[in-house]
Each structure stands twice: as C-alpha cells, then as structure tokens.
Design a protein around this ligand. Structure first.
Ligand SMILES: Nc1nc2c(ncn2[C@@H]2O[C@H](COP(=O)(O)OP(=O)(O)OP(=O)(O)O)[C@@H](O)[C@H]2O)c(=O)[nH]1
Ligand SMILES: [Mg+2]
Length: 341
C-alpha cells in the first residue's frame, strides 16, 4: 500500500487527507509550509534534493498613499531628513481644514515660494480635501471631525523652493482636537501625545471665529493660553521646538459690519499673549490664515504661502563657537580672541 503523500512540512497538518491547511490558508498553496517535507524535499518526494531550498522573495512594501501612522513615519524618517510640524488645537478649530487647504492650493500651482514635488500621503490629503471642500451634497463645505480614537495621522509633502535650495520633506501631524482638549484638562494625558516630542514646530491653531464672538471670547481666550502652558510646562515638546500661534477662520472676522471690531479684538489678544508669554520666556510668532473662505468669500485663501515658508524654513543651528577669553594667559586663547573679535 502506498503511504499518503506528504504535502506539508508541519507534522500533524491534515492537508493531505482533508485538503484543509492547519494554519487556515486558503488556497492552501499560500501556506509557506505547503509543498515541503520536514527534510526540505518538495512535493512529498523521498529523495533528498541537493539544490538549495527556494526561499520566498522578501516582500516589497508599497506605500498606500493613506496618511502615515507611527510605524510608517519611523521607516520614512530613517530614509529622509524630515521637518515635522504638529498642528494643535481645540475640537473644530480648523486643523484638518488647514492641512487640506495647503494640499489643495499646491494642486493648483506654487504656493508662496514653494512648488509641489511629491507626497507619500496623497490619498490621506485627498480624503481630507474632499470632505472639506468638495462634498456637493452639503450646503456649505464641512470637514468631518477627526475622531479621538483615530491614531495620529502624519501627512507628507515634498516641496521645492522656487528661489533655489533643496527639497524639504515636510511632515504635518493631524490629531483629534478632543485629545488635546483632554490633555489640557488632565495633564497626565500629555504623555500620550507622542507626536509632540517629534515636532520641530508646534502650531497652535486659534479659532478667530470663537475669539471674536462676544459670548465666548473671554473663556476661549483663557483656554487657548492654558493649552500652550499645559503642553509646554509639562514637557510635551523638545527644548528647541519653535512655537507659533495661527489664527484661522479669518474670513469670519471680515464681515463688513464687524470687521473693525474683530480686527481690534485680534490685535489686542495678540499683544496680550505676546507680552504674557514673552515674560514667561516663551518666544513665538502670531500669524493669521484663512483656509476656507466660506463666511466672507472676498477674504480668499490667506497666509498659506507664509505658513509653508515658516514650516520649511531651515533650522538655525546653535552657535557652538567659544566666547573669546579676555586677557587670556594661553597663546591659543589669545589667538582665538583675535579671530573672533
Ligand atoms: N469660515 C471658515 N470656516 C472654517 C475655516 N477652517 C475651518 N473651518 C470650518 O471649521 C469647522 C472645523 O474644521 P476642522 O478642520 O474639522 O477642525 P479640526 O480642528 O480638525 O476639528 P477636530 O478634527 O474635531 O479636532 C469645519 O466646519 C470647517 O469647514 C476657515 O478658514 N473659515
Ligand atoms: Mg480634524
């Protein structure tokens, strides 16, 4: 009587008898153990082969085009020198719309001094842009909430300055505002905001619509400052992080009946936080942007080119030159003092 053929190198696998793979591969040929014997022979043959066993070629990873998650970003930043910006703000402040607007503007041509060169996350951008701007079933464009359960998304842009210079690999993180709001209220949650430790630049998005709303102005202005203090003072960032405040939804402040009043509120708030944070040793820039001019169309898209210019600006390396020693006793120090004088 012929022995049952050996179809699998795993002892006890019933594939030869039942046609079913013990590891549940379907079709069974997909199983890496199928067609091998424990001795390395193929197709159940009992003659030991002298040729080396065929190994499956290592898998080639193809980028899906979706927004990157942590593991993708780690692999990407090993191969590229990246600039990372964390976009931070309360829920519905306009973070995702800002990111979508940068992408959409680059699709139309250069933005400020930058040409679009490429992106690993085109699908991630397109999804955000579609929901923010193109959904024709809505009366007006509306970006869906980024869910608190969504992992932090990292979006990539390769940008070339038109004035010359190397291509910048920009990574922008997009996370739910609820996560930032929760961390402001309970600072033990700050350590979960891992993307902030990566950031070369922290961009705090200020909702100008809320700030210029007389009913919400006081509470919102206070909460916005609390967010910056809470994150910065609890070690969310690296020491050398650049901080900026980006007042968005500027179109909502330009309605002719309230334009002058709103501009004054914004200017006053800017002066107040520059003075307050300056006294606390926090340096930052205050900028204005409109990412979706739906309330006052005449405002148009505002400040996007400047935003990209700041986000890709070269990092200034610290000055490591030794200060000159006055009346030094060593010849070498006297020489250095002459050179640096
Ligand atoms: N008028 C106006 N509306 C804007 C602007 N930017 C965003 N919005 C609107 O503000 C709402 C919230 O925008 P999002 O980009 O989803 O805000 P978010 O900060 O990502 O919100 P979460 O994901 O919930 O944290 C959406 O309805 C946008 O259409 C703007 O520049 N002008
Ligand atoms: Mg969002």
């Amino acid at each position: 009587m012929n022995a049952a053929p050996v179809l699998c190198e795993r002892t006890g696998c019933p594939v030869a008898q039942t046609g079913k793979c013990a590891l549940k591969h379907d079709p069974v040929e997909l199983c890496p153990h199928f067609g091998k014997t424990p001795h390395g022979t193929q197709d159940g043959g009992d003659v030991e082969k002298t040729t080396p066993q065929r190994t499956a070629p290592s898998a080639v990873r193809i980028a899906s085009g979706e927004a990157m998650e942590w593991t993708d970003l780690e692999a990407f930043s090993r191969a590229h020198r990246v600039r990372t910006v964390s976009v931070i703000g309360e829920p519905r402040s306009g973070k995702t719309t800002l990111i979508a607007a940068l992408y959409a503007s680059l699709c139309r041509g250069p933005v400020g001094d930058h040409d679009f060169v490429g992106s690993r996350t085109l699908l991630g951008f397109a999804r955000r842009h579609h929901m923010a701007l193109l959904n024709s079933d809505r009366k007006s464009p509306k970006t869906p909430r980024t869910s608190r359960d969504d992992p932090t998304a990292f979006l990539h842009l390769a940008l070339r300055p038109r004035s010359g210079g190397t291509v910048s690999q920009l990574i922008v993180s997009d996370r739910s505002g609820e996560a930032y709001q929760a961390a402001r209220q309970d600072t033990t949650l700050i350590e979960e905001l891992r993307e902030l430790r990566l950031a070369d630049r922290a961009c705090f998005v200020l909702n100008a619509a809320k700030l210029t709303n007389p009913e919400r102005q006081a509470a919102y202005g206070r909460q916005f400052k609390q967010m910056i203090y809470a994150l910065r003072d609890n070690g969310a960032f690296r020491d050398d992080v650049a901080i900026e405040v980006l007042a968005t939804k500027i179109d909502t402040t330009r309605r002719p009946d309230r334009a002058a009043e709103c501009a004054a509120i914004l200017d006053e708030y800017e002066a107040q936080i520059v003075a307050e944070f300056g006294a606390a040793g926090i340096e930052f820039g205050f900028h204005r942007v409109c990412a979706l001019p739906k309330t006052h169309l005449e405002t148009g898209y505002l400040g996007l080119g400047e935003t990209l210019a700041r986000w890709t600006a070269p990092v200034h390396l610290p000055d490591v030159a030794q200060p000159a020693v006055k009346d030094a006793s060593r010849q070498i120090d006297r020489l250095l003092a002459k050179v640096t004088a």
